[in-house]
Design a protein around this ligand. Structure first.
Ligand code: ADP
Length: 580
């Protein structure tokens, strides 16, 4: 009887196994979530018995450009591979990892054996079709779809031009998406409506002073003189920046931001891409410009580029370089600044200086190429900026030995240099619950799991591998400093309104990150690229972070966005005139 039962059980198991072998999945729709950089990413997979037939990814709330691009790319990759374990999108690694995790969970719920899916992945072994060679005739080629390139593209379309816009990444936005403050502009209608007295001359003077007078005064005058008009142009395309506040280095309230307080970069990138979509202008994504072509007289006559399916030769009369800076290209920034070797970057991955190298091949001159702005508080695994407000509201920096080493509120470059002088070249930014309660930005860092926290300072020290007694003394000393408003050791005088005495205590490990490359190709006030002999290269125009001269030795907050919009428009106007 027992034997019979055993055989029956064995038979049932065998039947079960063969059913499983035939059907990889239990058909249906399954959902799972995993934490992305800012929000939970939701993945819904639909499976038949043998196939993943559909996958819906909702990464809304992640940085708009990255979340959307990661979702599109990962969906395609998972459907092709028939496993969730596909490569992530460069520049959106946290979002991509969340998509893989959620897709895996949903598929496990659908009865899948993930190891078996990996072993049978369907995206290997198939020969890629060779890329075609394509020749395209157009008037203008815009290289790069960050703020400057998209502004130029909208202008070119409004002027009825024939043009293409190339973007090497799978998404638009570049470093522009990282801009959080706003756009500097003087004598704007918003300033007038809000009773703020400002002048173009004052804007220019502040910018020169901020840049240690290394800036090109003509470019700075152009920036200041065209800024109010640029704000009106932004209004006209639905990208108004009505909220005005103060930003470091400005004599008056001059930085213009979106009404709802959202980050200016993402806001403009969203509005610009929506406008391009409305105008029916396609951005050629995943298409990298590789060479600028000039005729025997040195006039621009084309661009070579590589797209996903083809090698392109664009035959054109003018090129607008809007390919951004080189803050994501370690070889290049260490070529000009060997001292920055090994420094991480807050930059978008496309900021590799291609435009500078391509223009140089045609004889373009470079200015201020070694002027690179570092940001001192960058979380190194995510490259997330820990906003200056955390220190401004009272946080301190300590090294691995558990002691302070600088006035935390010196200029970005000075604090960065102090960090780099510490063992390991990093530090911890330390704050308490009271500070968290008063600064909304902290929630983002906690959600992204960047913070360590403990109910006692000794407990936090243990988590950080710091001697608990030393850290406790540092904190006690700091609270004395706040009480007496006297920092005799480092001379800090600001951000001392509240002590750090409310548990839990928090720390984020940070180090300097490359933030903005202020130098680049030399341009004149018409955004024409100037060669090493001081003459314009006919047909070559440039705008934005690819250029140098506007910011000099130090960029003021609010001037990167001004640069992009103002010189993006000027480059387009000049190219349009040149082509006509
Ligand atoms: P800016 O602020 O000057 O507009 P961004 O960094 O915002 O600069 O935008 C520059 C854009 O140019 C990025 O999206 C980047 O990926 C793109 N880019 C850089 N090099 C190339 C290239 N060789 N071909 C096409 N696009 C490029």
């Amino acid at each position: 009887m027992k034997k019979l039962l055993c055989i029956l059980v064995a038979l049932t198991m065998l039947c079960g196994m063969s059913a499983l072998a035939e059907g990889i999945f239990t058909p249906g729709t399954y959902e799972a979530e995993a934490q992305g950089l800012f929000v939970p990413v939701k993945v819904t997979v639909t499976v038949s018995e043998t196939e993943i037939t559909d996958i819906q990814i909702n990464a809304e709330g992640e940085t708009p450009a990255l979340g959307g691009a990661a979702a599109d790319m990962m969906k395609e990759a998972i459907l092709k591979a028939q496993t969730p374990n596909v490569d992530g999108l460069t520049g959106a690694t946290v979002t991509s990892a969340a998509i893989v995790k959620a897709a895996t969970e949903a598929l496990v719920a659908a009865g899948a054996d993930i190891a078996a899916l990996d072993a049978n992945r369907k995206d290997l072994g198939s020969e890629e079709a060779p890329k075609e060679e394509k020749t395209v005739e157009t008037d203008i080629v815009i290289i790069g779809a960050g703020g400057a390139g998209m502004a130029a593209a909208i202008m070119a379309h409004q002027a009825g031009m024939n043009f293409v816009i190339l973007e090497k990444m799978p998404y638009v936005g570049g470093n522009t998406t990282k801009a959080t403050g706003g756009m500097n502009a003087a004598e704007t209608h918003y300033q007038k409506e809000q009773g703020i007295e400002d002048s173009k001359a004052l804007f220019a003077a502040d910018t020169m002073k901020g840049g240690h007078a290394k800036n090109d005064p003509l470019l700075v005058a152009t920036l200041a003189n065209s800024s109010a008009e640029a704000i009106e142009w932004l209004d006209s395309i639905g990208a108004d920046l009505p909220k005005i506040s103060f930003s470091g280095g400005a004599s008056v309230n001059r930085i213009h931001a979106p009404a709802d307080g959202s980050g200016v970069g993402n806001y403009l990138v969203d509005r610009f891409s929506a406008k391009l979509a409305e105008l029916g202008v396609p951005v050629m994504l995943n298409t990298k410009a590789t060479e600028l072509l000039a005729d025997t007289e040195g006039k621009i006559c084309g661009v070579k580029a590589e797209g996903p399916d083809a090698f392109y030769t664009f035959s054109c009369k003018a090129v607008i370089l809007a390919s951004g800076g080189f803050g994501a290209n370690e070889d290049m920034y260490t070529q000009y600044r060997p001292d920055l070797k090994g420094t991480v970057t807050t930059n978008a991955p496309g900021a590799t200086g291609d435009g500078i190298v391509m223009a140089q091949a045609l004889g373009a001159d470079l200015v201020d190429i070694g002027e690179i702005q570092l940001h001192p508080t960058v979380e190194q695994t995510t490259s997330m900026l820990i906003t200056e407000s955390v220190r401004g509201d009272g946080a301190i920096l300590v090294n691995q030995a558990g002691v302070r080493f600088t006035n935390e509120l010196l200029t970005r470059d000075a604090v960065s240099a102090a960090e780099l002088a510490q063992e390991g070249q990093y530090a911890y930014i330390l704050f308490d619950q009271n500070l968290r309660d008063h600064l909304k930005a902290i929630e983002k860092y906690v959600k992204a799991d960047l913070t360590k926290q403990a109910d006692t300072i000794e407990g936090l020290a243990e988590q950080l591998g710091i001697d608990p007694a030393t850290l406790a003394k540092t904190l006690a000393d700091w609270n004395e400093i706040v009480k007496n408003q006297r920092d005799t050791e480092f001379g800090r005088t600001t951000g001392m309104n509240a002590d750090l005495t409310t548990p839990p205590y928090y720390a984020i490990k940070i180090a300097p990150g490359i933030h903005h490359t202020m130098g680049g190709v030399k341009i004149d006030v018409a955004a024409q690229v100037i060669n090493t002999e001081g003459k314009p290269i006919p047909g070559l125009f440039a705008a934005g972070e690819v250029t140098g001269g506007v910011h000099g030795g130090n960029r003021l907050g609010g001037n990167a966005v001004a640069d992009i919009v103002i010189f993006g428009r000027i480059a387009a106007q000049s190219a349009i005139e040149y082509v006509k």
